[in-house]
Write a protein that binds this ligand. Structure first.
Ligand code: AMP
Ligand code: MG
Length: 422
């Protein structure tokens, strides 16, 4: 995958994506405790080993009855039944409910044999019988199966409730917990290493000096990686020195599944990634027809995955969303690789160029039935504020030269606008 003597290869976004996704595959699954599996990719289809609910149970506190006994009950013709047993949740009745009898039953308790309805406590009266026993008085008939949750109504034995590749939510894990799965087979978290490049870069807590800026890409990238399931095993910064790049990149590729460098990949005289990647092998320099994020490097040196990201903050953020995120998600075994896609309406003219895919940072405003998208600031790839204000990346596809007010377009949702109600 050499870049060739002719310099960087010019490719479309679609080609870049295809190459990246065909170069990565799902890492071997691991089995972990259920409580640690939130957000992970489910890698095993779990067939229900039993039904849910596992037994017929009451959905109300009330009386388990035989409906035929109450057929004649009315406001002026009450029916009284002898209460022969009390059933808290978890208790199994000693016998069946027979004609003329009822059992007081709590929510979740197993409905005893013979009973075919539960009349809620608030719909009847509790009275004391002539010999001091508990009786219940009913003023209406009971409907067959009233307030009874049948076994298997939620899930039948053998059903597979969760598809492989699903991102596990707390609710999914509750379902697996109900089925007795204390450990879950999931995709592992890819080990990621970050390498910032630039003589001008300072740490967050360093004072500014002329010509210097703080390294803001490295924390952004680390947090984005963690948000989509990766694990940061190293995060370093080097000066613009090709030999230093090669040495650190080799060392980091040894401990990580994915190495991501930042900056130093374009046409500058001192760009260390461009100058040093030849020594890694299997890395190509790309000029991807996308904006932002044109200069990039990608490859599989030493059998690992390497992304040479551009340096400008918007470019890093964009390339992460549209190339790195899908790769990291594929490695984990997710079936959905991208951020949620929305159809939005364009609130202002958006200029692009045919032959290039633009990712426009937009704010979304719910108006009427639609979400309207307007630029969240000047689309300058060195700027941080428009990225922070953006709710979505609006996609202007390769074949589209510009979008006009009112046009529909696809967008990748980064976060939901705070003002929108759901
Ligand atoms: P480069 O591709 O290295 O020339 O970087 C392009 C632009 O991004 C330059 O203005 C750099 O100063 C800036 N830049 C590079 N790396 C970072 C970083 N880690 N954090 C913030 N800005 C950066
Ligand atoms: Mg640089």
């Amino acid at each position: 995958m050499a870049s060739g003597a002719g310099g960087p290869e010019a490719i479309s976004y679609r080609t870049a994506r295809e190459r990246v996704l065909s170069a990565v595959s799902a890492l071997p699954a691991e089995t972990i405790p259920l409580l640690e599996a939130r957000g992970r990719a489910l890698r095993r289809a779990y067939a229900a080993s039993h039904a849910l609910p596992p037994f017929r149970n009451s959905s109300m506190d009330g009386y388990a009855v035989v409906t035929q006994d109450l057929a004649g009950a009315g406001p002026n013709t009450p029916v009284e039944l002898e209460v022969v047993e009390v059933l808290p949740a978890g208790k199994v009745a000693s016998g069946a409910v027979t004609r003329g009898h009822a059992m007081r039953i709590m929510t979740g308790a197993m409905v005893p044999d013979g009973a075919n309805a539960v009349v809620p406590i608030e719909d009847c009266e509790r009275v004391t019988g002539p010999r001091g026993g508990e009786r219940a008085r009913f003023h209406r008939p009971a409907r067959h199966d009233e307030n009874i949750r049948p076994a298997g109504r939620d899930l039948r034995e053998g059903d597979v409730p969760l598809a492989e590749g699903r991102e596990l939510s707390p609710h999914d894990l509750a379902l697996l917990a109900a089925l007795g799965e204390s450990r879950v087979g999931v995709g592992p978290r890819p080990r990621c290493a970050i390498l910032s490049t630039g003589d001008e870069l300072l740490e967050i807590d360093q004072a500014l000096r002329p010509g210097a800026i703080r390294d803001s890409n490295r924390p952004m990238l680390a947090l984005l990686i963690e948000e989509c399931g990766g694990r940061i095993v190293a995060s370093e910064r080097i000066r613009d020195d090709a030999a230093a790049f090669t040495a650190r990149a080799k060392a980091l590729l040894d401990q990580a599944d994915v190495l991501l460098s930042i900056g130093g990949v374009s046409e500058g005289d001192f760009d260390p990634v461009k100058l040093g990647l030849g020594a890694l092998g299997d890395v190509a320099l790309w000029r991807v027809a996308m904006k932002p994020g044109r200069p990039q490097a990608f490859g599989t040196p030493l059998g690992r995955c390497f992304f040479g990201l551009p340096g400008n903050p918007a470019s890093v953020a964009c390339v992460f969303e549209v190339l790195v995120r899908p790769a990291l998600r594929k490695m984990q075994g997710f079936s959905a690789l991208d951020r949620p896609r929305l159809t939005v309406r364009v609130a202002e003219t958006i200029a692009s160029r045919a032959g290039r895919t633009d990712f426009v940072r937009v704010a979304l405003e719910p108006r009427g039935e639609a979400l309207w998208a307007h630029a969240s600031g000047e689309q300058i790839s060195g700027h941080l504020v428009p990225q922070s204000r953006a709710h979505a990346l609006l996609i202007v596809p390769e074949e589209t030269a510009s979008l006009a007010t009112g046009d529909s377009a696809e967008a990748l949702l980064l976060r939901w606008p705070e003002t929108a109600s759901v």
